[in-house]
Design a binder for this molecule. Structure first.
Ligand SMILES: Nc1nc2c(ncn2[C@@H]2O[C@H](COP(=O)(O)OP(=O)(O)OP(=O)(O)O)[C@@H](O)[C@H]2O)c(=O)[nH]1
Ligand SMILES: [Mg+2]
Length: 591
């Protein structure tokens, strides 16, 4: 997959490519499903607007000729007022061969407004009338022949998640490319395209009126459930129930998966296998210890990522991807919009915050969908400072459950207080404004098995490559540091802070060093030690507020600037030590 930052140098390279076909349309109309099925490449699709915040490109063959298909971020219009619109404009002006414009059959008029705006660029366009399954269920019928005539271009009925209509669509594009003539372009002088917002809006409305028939059998149950999710009196209990069920499934399921499958696999099969091999071929000493000692690469290199973290990461994405695909998250955004606007965010940003509980990187990249810089910064600060990622949470669950689940209560309470305080401060002191929320409520869908499974696979692949890669690297360094005695030197040097102020054992110093690379490693060295409840709480707090991963800083530096990344690093570290130390000192005096 090639997913790119909206960065001038990068984009120029892709803009100058030949044989481009642009996949365009409103947000959440299924473009990324088209992209992924037509190119065979990975692209995340989710049932809310703004999933694709940058562009993705892949190769596609049409009657034996190679083309580059570009999954352009979804836009409602081309006013160039957001990053997504800016990217769309740039690609439109880069002389693409054709456009595949995806229309949402359940929301035709709005889809047509963009389609009409696109027409004035004079680029051959084929239309995919998508979501036909949902439209049929909702009693919407569209006269495709008439629509095609009115748009003066081919229109093909599609159900992207079933790959239905794809062959016809490809044929339509091939035919278009053969003719390669301008279709209704104002620039070519035919003057048939509507101009100006009002004319576009009126024409889209007229066309919709002509081609669409509804027999009013809209799914009343679905509408009712959707209303319940949004209305505070019913929405809040539903949200609490969904969160409790999700948490139960992630924590309970994660522990069970770990105990029944991953721990026996790692400790009973994989680690003994490598221990046997290395003890028989390598004599006792530093090299053997680096490979299979306490911090051995072939011991914790499997224990931490596979047995400790993976079960929780997997189940988090099972739950989160389901909520994403059914269309619940934007409804949660609407429910909490009022509350969130007090903290300098729109309700829709709750999606990025929830995503941060999985991993901070997609959450920060996802803030590109925010309409103002202030909101981007507020959400990024919150994600970095107050939200633990699932890898870290997995390690934390193991640490806490070894003592008592009750420790979660003070941890959750302190974390909530910090979240609210940071949100209020960031909302108040970060300059700029927050736009009122415009959020599209997507259809409530039963997630398509294939699309859902593919997304889960993509996320697991990312986790294994992008998270486990650096983690493995840190484990190698840790093994070397351990055997060379460097970890002991660090432990001794940091003893006044770690053992004195924080009251944690010496191994916590290893965690703080490794935690620079990966968040969960700040806690992993403590799992399995016999800590007191106060130590577990303090370790949990320090890890919660300690540095985000190294790769997160890379993303902050590239999305914002190095100063912001450094600021967040200093703030998180000081804050973690301050709050952890205070709780330890107070705890020691009270108990
Ligand atoms: N039932 C049904 N679901 C679909 C269809 N096409 C797409 N979806 C679902 O609609 C949601 C949105 O699809 P995406 O591919 O993410 O939409 P997008 O246009 O790329 O959205 P942005 O990246 O936000 O612009 C996903 O949950 C898809 O699984 C379809 O024809 N029928
Ligand atoms: Mg997309």
């Amino acid at each position: 997959m090639s997913c790119h930052d909206i960065n001038e140098k990068e984009i120029k390279k892709h803009l100058s490519q030949k044989n481009k076909i642009l996949l365009m349309g409103n947000p959440n109309v299924g473009k990324s499903v088209f992209f992924s099925r037509m190119t065979g490449m990975d692209a995340i699709s989710s049932n809310y607007s703004g999933t694709t915040v940058s562009y993705t490109q892949g190769d596609m063959k049409l009657s034996d000729k190679g083309y580059t298909l570009i999954d352009v971020p979804g836009v409602f219009s081309l006013k160039s007022t957001s990053e997504a619109e800016d990217v769309a404009e740039k690609f439109l002006s880069s002389e693409p061969e054709a456009i595949i414009c995806v229309l949402d059959a359940t929301n035709l008029q709005r889809s047509l407004e963009l389609a009409l705006e696109l027409k004035s660029y004079g680029i051959p366009t084929a239309y995919a009338l998508n979501f036909l399954d949902v439209a049929k269920r909702e009693g919407i019928e569209i006269n495709v022949g008439m629509l095609s005539k009115l748009l003066d271009s081919p229109v093909v009925e599609t159900i992207a998640v079933k790959s239905s209509g794809f062959e016809e669509l490809k044929e339509a594009v091939v035919e278009l490319l053969k003719k390669a003539e301008c279709r209704g372009c104002e620039k070519s002088g035919c003057g048939s395209c509507p101009k100006g917002r009002e004319e576009i809006y009126d024409t889209a409305r007229e066309i919709t009126k002509k081609v669409r028939k509804t027999n009013a059998k809209a799914d009343r149950n679905k509408t009712r459930i959707s209303d319940w999710m949004i209305r505070p009196s019913t929405g809040v209990p539903i949200a609490v129930l969904i969160m409790a069920l999700s948490l139960g499934m992630i924590v309970g399921g994660g522990k069970a998966l770990r105990a029944v499958f991953f721990l026996p696999l790692v400790n009973g099969i994989i680690v003994p296998f490598f221990k046997n091999i290395f003890t028989s071929i390598i004599p006792e000493g530093i090299i053997q210890n680096v490979l299979i000692g306490e911090y051995g690469i072939f011991v914790i290199g499997f224990e931490w990522p596979i047995a400790l973290i993976f079960p929780y990461v997997f189940l988090f994405y099972v739950v989160f991807s389901f909520l994403e695909d059914m269309g619940y998250l934007p409804r949660l955004g609407i429910l909490f919009d009022n509350l969130m606007s007090r903290f300098g965010m729109q309700g829709g940003s709750i999606i990025n915050i929830m995503m941060g509980y999985g991993c901070a990187i997609p959450a920060i990249i996802g803030t590109r969908a925010c309409t103002t810089k202030k909101e981007r910064l507020v959400v990024t600060t919150l994600v970095c400072v107050t939200i633990p990622c699932i890898s870290q949470t997995g390690a934390l669950i193991e640490l806490i459950s070894s003592k008592s689940y009750l420790i979660f209560l003070p941890l959750a309470l302190i974390s909530l207080i910090v979240f609210i305080s940071v949100a209020s401060l960031a909302g108040r002191f970060i300059n700029g404004k927050v736009d009122p929320m415009i959020i599209q409520i997507p259809n409530l869908l039963i997630p398509d098995k294939k699309t859902y499974g593919k997304k889960l696979m993509i996320r697991m692949k990312h986790f294994l490559i992008e998270a486990e890669g650096p983690m493995f690297f840190a484990i190698v360094i840790a093994a070397l540091f351990k055997e060379t005695g460097f970890l002991d030197v660090i432990a001794a040097a940091s003893s006044p802070l770690v053992q004195g102020w924080l009251g944690l054992p010496q191994q916590a110093a290893d965690g703080l060093l490794l935690g620079i690379v990966r968040r969960e490693m700040s806690i992993a060295p403590l799992v399995g030690l016999n800590l007191t409840s106060l130590q577990v709480l303090v370790a949990g707090l320090v890890s919660l507020f300690y540095l985000p991963c190294l790769s997160v800083f890379g993303i902050i530096a590239s999305e914002f600037n190095a100063k912001t990344a450094a600021g967040i690093a200093v703030a998180t570290t000081c804050f973690a030590f301050l709050i952890g130390g205070l709780v330890n000192q107070i705890g020691l005096r009270l108990f």
